[in-house]
Design a protein around this ligand. Structure first.
Ligand code: ATR
Length: 289
């Protein structure tokens, strides 16, 4: 249990909805394990209340907050400074309060790369990667893969203009010239685009199987690492497909864990207890089922 006293520091998460968040369980378990005087609380913050909530982080001298959907971009202009990754992504998921100065970070990017490397032994450097989807989550993944020096990123999306915009934006804002980006319509036949992929990341907000049919045929990418950014029931279909194709797979809990590890380090300055955080996260996810 968290021991609250007169010197307890408050961290938390801003989002809407936020009740489903697994981050409080993960961070509070870590604070308790290291006996740090912190508590981590969920705050349901609507978009229109975000300026007041950011001001409250300063006024209440909170240690910092994580920021989740739909506030990751809206919070950017409310901060005093951004680290390089957050600036390049145009999105923040971690805010640290240092004596009233709010700095925005994006630990989703590093968390995604950590999950690949530490949970699946996959280094994107020099690899071909396919991203399904072109929304906010796809943007964060593409930015991470550019940082990881992937050789080729193929963005597949139903609305192909959105994939083109994503590819063009990242090409302009982030690319050091080592990565080639392609935008391709998400259609039935992807035979030209999937072979040779080392990683296929699903960021789609819809189920990957309808009436027994897969949304698209990913069999030409069999053997690649399949990563679904979601977890729980939402990721079941994609993970089942990976299993059917005898391919290794990761779900969004891996990324959630490592973005949290990075955020914990920023909030407290202490080395995070990885296995404590993992156990708390998995237990909270099981309770949610
Ligand atoms: P997030 O911020 O989580 O990425 P988003 O921006 O709403 O969420 O993106 C959702 C993604 O799922 C998009 O790539 C979207 O495709 P479009 O850009 O064409 O809308 C994709 N998506 C949603 N419903 C879909 C469907 N029925 N079939 C295929 N793709 C779908």
């Amino acid at each position: 249990m968290v021991n609250i006293s007169g010197v307890t520091k408050v961290a938390g998460i801003f989002g809407a909805p936020v009740a489903h968040s697994l981050s409080p369980a993960m961070h509070n378990a870590a604070f308790a394990a290291l006996q740090l005087p912190y508590v981590y609380v969920p705050f349901h913050v609507r978009q229109e209340d975000l300026p007041a909530a950011a001001a409250a982080v300063r006024a209440l001298r909170m240690a910092g907050v994580n920021v989740t959907v739909p506030l990751k971009e809206a919070v950017v202009p409310l901060l005093d400074c951004l680290d390089d990754t957050a600036a390049a992504c145009g999105a923040v998921n971690t805010v640290v309060n240092r004596e009233g100065t709010l700095t925005g970070y994006n630990t989703d990017t590093g968390g995604f790369l950590d999950a690949l490397r530490l949970e699946a032994g996959f280094d994107p450097q020099g690899k071909k990667v396919v991203i399904l989807g072109a929304g906010g989550a796809a943007r964060a993944v593409a930015a991470a893969l550019l940082e990881g020096n992937a050789a080729e990123i193929v963005v597949l999306n139903r609305t192909s203009e959105r994939a083109q915009t994503l590819a063009a934006d990242l090409q302009r804002r982030r690319n050091t010239g080592q990565t080639v980006l392609f935008a391709v319509p998400l259609t039935g036949n992807l035979q030209d685009h999937l072979p040779g992929a080392g990683l296929v990341v699903n960021t789609l907000s819809v189920s990957f199987r309808r009436e027994g049919e897969w949304l698209v045929d990913l069999s030409p990418a069999a053997g690649a690492l399949f990563f679904d950014l979601r977890y729980g029931a939402a990721a079941d279909d994609y993970l089942a497909l990976a299993d059917k194709l005898s391919s290794p797979a990761l779900d969004g809990l891996a990324m959630l864990l490592y973005q949290g590890v990075r955020a914990f380090r920023l909030f407290t300055g202490h080395e995070p207890p990885l296995e404590v955080m993992r156990r708390a996260l998995l237990a909270a996810a099981r309770r949610q089922k």
